[in-house]
Ligand binder design. Structure first.
Ligand code: MLC
Ligand code: AMP
Length: 482
């Protein structure tokens, strides 16, 4: 009788007096206490009728309770479905309708959840059973639920503990959100599996992070964490053993600057919601700036349709998801005939097997580590008064890596558009700049040339640009302060 993920991550906490979570106010939660929270919630979920395979959707602020709920859902054989706290009511309505969860937790519902830990018993599961569904936006604008099995999550956590040499002496500084692969699976699962502790912060606030760092041994971050740290004067990280980066491209310059300022060579790795982690720079050995390292143990990576050294990155291994929830056609379309997952990322591989990500075939903006699919924003923009058509692109941004930018045709009132968008879209998806032009550049097939738009407005957020409105007659521009 077994529950693979629960047995590996949560069961070992029974009776442990060592802290598993350290909070910003200094409060500590022992392994035993954390397990009791999981067991209490587990009993409560069963009492509410949750059975194996049920989806349990969760949109709650980051807290120890939220993490214990994750453990409880896994323990009772249900499927954890975390949602970004920034999602609007209409976005959440879509996920609830699509996934049909047995229960939905917001903060109030979580606060009211209690059960008797004595009544708890984990539910048996197989490696192929689902442990989580994480929604990832699609190029058509419709989000897809990536189904992740116990085996997917377990295999990846094992490989990462090993690759990054985690032990129970580690204290991971955790400042990421816990509704995505990075913060939940890479960070929490790895820490749980190693039996170490996490300094569990509500979000990335640079001053708090610096203050808390003194007790940590490892930090995992998106590139924005590192650019923000580099803006600080005093960076004394001599006691740290590891900094990792992922979810978005880390500029080689940031990598070099961080090494020069702190003596730490950031370890960059590459993953996706659908695959967990695929590649990593080595813990011992050369961590090469601008590369995402080599395939992790048990993960196979290949490039297809290679032209001038650049090919589509395809992945195969126990980490690769079980498909999109109730979307067999979309699932089939993203696998090759011989079973490799087509990532949509373009890469090169050097003679030593180090992969570099050089572009994306998918029309996607990654801003501060969050993915925004332009189509989704364009669809809402096109409903705004005065907008005839729109093109949404990502432009280089000093803080967020890329920022969302909208090019509009028509005569819209730019002052009212942000509020109209915010009613429907999470705020991180809203354009940080907009411009109105006479027409969008198109190729002979009539397709909007987004590469051309990215070239024209490339310097918009850098401040050093020539005024882009010179490139577009009758243009008006707006930098949105959101
Ligand atoms: C916040 N805002 C953003 C934003 N984050 N806008 C664009 N991109 C973002 N990433 C907006 C808010 O809506 C708000 O707008 C304003 O910016 C300030 O909000 P904030 O909460 O103060 O932001 P801040 O704390 O500065 O957050 C920035 C950040 C955060 C980079 C620290 O976004 C973050 O933690 N990102 C990590 C994302 C992540 O975990 N990705 C992993 C995906 S998994 P307004 O209008 O309200 O003022 C994955 C797989 C893998 O990709 O390989 O890991
Ligand atoms: P998500 O769907 O949110 O999991 O985002 C996954 C995408 O993030 C990948 O397909 C890549 O495009 C991107 N990504 C993740 N890690 C890296 C990295 N280290 N460098 C560049 N892009 C990355």
């Amino acid at each position: 009788m077994a529950n693979p993920l629960y047995d590996a991550l949560f069961a070992p906490f029974v009776g442990r007096s060592m802290a598993v979570l350290i909070l910003a106010d200094g409060r500590e939660i022992s392994g035993a206490k954390f397990h009791q929270m999981i067991a209490g919630y587990g009993a409560a979920l069963v009492a509410k009728g949750v059975v194996k395979g049920d989806r349990v959707a969760v949109q709650v602020v980051k807290s120890p309770e939220a993490l214990a709920l994750y453990g409880a859902v896994v323990a009772v054989g249900a499927v954890f479905l975390p949602l970004n706290t920034a999602y609007t009511a209409s976005e959440v309505a879509y996920f609830r309708q699509d996934a049909a969860p047995r229960l939905f937790f917001d903060d109030a519902a979580l606060a009211a959840l209690s059960g008797d830990a004595a009544d708890f018993a984990p539910v048996d599961c197989e490696g192929d059973d689902l442990a989580a569904i994480l929604y990832t936006s699609g190029t058509t604008g419709r989000s897809k639920g990536a189904m992740l099995t116990h085996q997917n999550l377990l295999s990846n956590a094992r490989v990462l503990v090993d690759a990054w040499q985690f032990t129970d002496a580690d204290v991971l500084l955790h400042a990421l959100p816990i509704f995505h692969t990075h913060g939940l699976f890479v960070a929490c699962n790895v820490s749980f599996m190693s039996g170490g502790a996490m300094i569990f912060l509500p979000s990335f606030d640079v001053k708090t992070v610096l203050a808390q760092m003194t007790r940590a041994t490892v930090m995992m971050g998106v590139p924005t964490f590192y650019t923000r740290l580099l803006e600080q004067v005093d960076l004394d990280f001599a006691h740290m053993r590891l900094f990792t980066s992922g979810s978005a491209p880390l500029l080689a310059q940031t990598h070099r600057d961080f090494a020069a300022r702190t003596g730490h060579v950031i370890l960059e790795r590459y993953g996706m919601t659908e695959t967990n982690m695929n590649t990593s720079n080595p813990y011992t050995g050369a961590r090469r700036a601008g590369t995402v390292g080599r395939p992790l143990d048990g993960v196979q990576v290949r490039l297809s349709d290679v032209v001038d050294g650049v090919g589509m990155i395809e992945v195969r291994g126990p980490n690769v998801f079980a498909g999109y929830w109730q979307m067999p056609e979309k699932t089939a379309a993203e696998f090759t005939a011989d079973g490799w997952f087509i990532t949509g990322d373009l890469g090169t591989m050097d003679a030593d097997g180090y992969l570099s990500i050089v572009g994306r075939s998918k029309d996607l903006v990654i801003t501060g580590g969050y993915n925004v699919y332009p189509k989704e924003v364009e669809q809402v923009l096109d409903t705004c008064a005065g907008v005839v058509e729109s093109a949404v692109i990502g432009l280089p941004h000093p803080d967020l890596g890329e920022a969302v930018f909208a090019v509009l045709v028509g005569a819209p009132d730019l002052a009212v558009i942000p509020a109209q968008l915010a009613a429907q879209l999470a705020r991180f998806k809203l354009p940080k700049g907009m411009i109105v032009v006479d027409a969008l550049p198109r190729n002979t097939m009539g397709k909007v040339q987004k590469a051309e738009l990215r070239r024209i407005y490339a310097d918009w957020f850098s401040g050093s640009a020539k005024d882009p409105s010179k490139n577009a007659s009758n243009a008006s521009k707006s930098n949105v302060s959101n």
